[in-house]
Unconditional design. Structure first.
Length: 503
């Protein structure tokens, strides 16, 4: 963004209209670029003088300064001095105090004394005294990422971002709403989604709406524009607090705001460390639930709500949504609670920061509240999901026949459950009249007899394992135990099948 003193806006008609650069300003952008390139090796003060001359020919001096503000980020200025300036000043001031400098002759004497005290020369001391002042630092390198057209594009984006910094509310319609909401959540901005005649509208609360505006929040708010302008079709209406006067800023894809050729540093994938930590720890559990980030929107009356996560049950078409309510302002909490009032016919878990004190209100809305402080306890979430799981297993058991006769001679319980679209737990009460259940395998007795003949005492474990795998049996330990064998391991060389004692 630019600094506010470089903001160029028109307030005609009571509005708030950024004065964007257009193609006619491309030559000026090229001249500013060329000025930086031509002053490599020269002091910053010389560069500033040259830029000041450009301002006299420009339609607005703020335009030159805006281009220069952006290019300063591409420039490297360094202090070049034979002696560290602080050291030179200390030696010179001490010598001047002893000599009492009032004439040019006394000045030379003081510089000589200073040079003698630090093992240098009077000229080096004199040249180093103020070499670290900004106007004396040389431009040692300038490697701009932008050509004149890209500089104009970056300027327009930065100008719009600076204008949005004082927004109290932002209303956006986009042809890519999913990317927009994803960016809003990544940037940890407060938002709602409304259904309008023109389509879904994302309403974002700006930094000035907080009890205490913070630059960090305001910067995130302005950075959202980078995502907005990537859509093919978009329109943005912002309410601006212009020094106590409320004004309206309207931007759309008709304005000359385009993504510059370089991308900003990638945003974090999660809204907060609470979400990141939860997602990492939950996925490591490998439960029968798949964690989905930013699921499909939920209708909440005339608005739309996008929960932070959803849990999809692997063995049925069943989804539980999961919303995390962190430390929010009271007004935003009230808006979120009103959304929960309007959400119906869905299963919703809500993790609530204990400091909010609204757990009972959420429960009263027929949603399950999980209080947390600092981080979300996996056990609480797992226990909540287990209640759903028990109901789903009971439903799937009721839909299964009392007996199952698989076609295969041997099949794992996992594969059999998957074939019937149920969990393994659902098969616990099912009988297999033509098979036996051995560990995690369902096998015909006739195949067991064949395996008894093939597997012998003192047979290599690798050979026995291969014989079982050929029949589609992965749970070899349970099958070998059923046949009366155990594996005797012989170090790194492998193992041998031996008859268990007493069999």
């Amino acid at each position: 963004m630019l600094t506010k003193d470089l903001l160029r806006v028109s307030r005609a008609g009571g509005g708030y209209h950024p004065q964007f650069a257009d193609r006619s300003q491309r030559p000026l952008a090229a001249r500013v670029l060329g000025t930086y390139q031509g002053h490599v090796g020269e002091p910053f003060g010389h560069l500033q003088s040259a830029l000041s001359e450009l301002e006299t020919d420009a339609p607005d001096f703020k335009l030159v300064r805006g281009f220069a503000k952006l290019l300063d980020r591409e420039a490297t200025f360094e202090t070049e001095a034979a002696i560290p300036p602080n050291r030179a000043r200390t030696a010179a001031f001490e010598a001047a105090e002893a000599v009492g400098v009032a004439t040019e002759s006394e000045r030379k004497t003081a510089l000589q004394r200073a040079a003698d005290s630090i093992g240098s020369t009077p000229d080096d001391v004199a040249e180093s005294l103020y070499a670290d002042l900004e106007e004396r630092q040389p431009l040692v390198s300038f490697d701009s990422r932008w050509d004149p057209d890209e500089l104009v594009s970056q300027y327009n984006l930065s100008l719009a971002q600076t204008a949005l910094f004082d927004a109290t509310e932002l209303r956006v319609r986009s042809s890519d709403p999913r990317a927009l909401v994803s960016a809003v959540k990544r940037l940890r901005l407060m938002y709602e989604i409304h259904e309008t005649d023109a389509g879904r509208e994302v309403v974002v609360t700006g930094p000035d709406a907080l009890f205490r505006s913070t630059r960090r929040y305001g910067t995130r708010f302005a950075r959202l524009l980078r995502t907005v302008i990537k859509a093919d079709d978009w329109r943005l209406v912002a309410t601006i607090d212009d020094r106590g006067t409320e004004r309206e800023l309207v931007l759309s894809d008709d304005d000359p705001i385009r993504p510059p050729g370089t991308e900003p540093i990638a945003d974090v994938s999660f809204d907060s460390e609470v979400e990141r930590s939860f997602a990492t720890r939950f996925e490591a559990l490998d439960l029968d639930w798949d964690l989905v980030r930013e699921p499909a929107p939920l209708a909440a009356g005339a608005r739309v709500m996008i929960p932070d996560f959803a849990f999809d049950y692997r063995h049925a078409d069943f989804r539980v949504f999961f919303e995390i309510m962190g430390f929010w302002t009271p007004e935003y909490v009230e808006k979120k609670l009103s959304q929960l009032d309007a959400v119906s016919d869905v299963q919703l878990l809500v993790a609530v920061d204990e400091s909010l004190g609204v757990g009972e209100e959420i429960t009263a809305r027929d949603h399950r509240a999980i209080p947390y402080s600092g981080s979300i306890r996996l056990k609480d979430v797992r226990d909540a999901l287990r209640r759903y799981e028990e109901e789903l297993v009971a439903e799937s058991v009721a839909a299964l026949p009392d007996e199952l006769v698989p076609d295969a001679d041997a099949i794992s319980v996992a594969d059999l459950a998957a074939a019937h679209g149920v969990s393994e737990d659902a098969l616990e009460g099912v009988s297999f009249p033509a098979h036996r259940r051995v560990g995690r395998t369902v096998i015909r007795p006739a195949l067991l007899d064949v395996l008894r003949d093939e597997i012998e005492d003192e047979m290599a474990y690798s050979a026995a394992k291969s014989a079982l795998e050929e029949r589609g049996i992965e749970d070899d330990s349970a099958l070998l135990s059923e046949l009366g064998y155990a594996v005797e391991w012989e170090g790194l060389s492998g193992g041998v099948i031996r008859t268990r004692d007493g069999e």
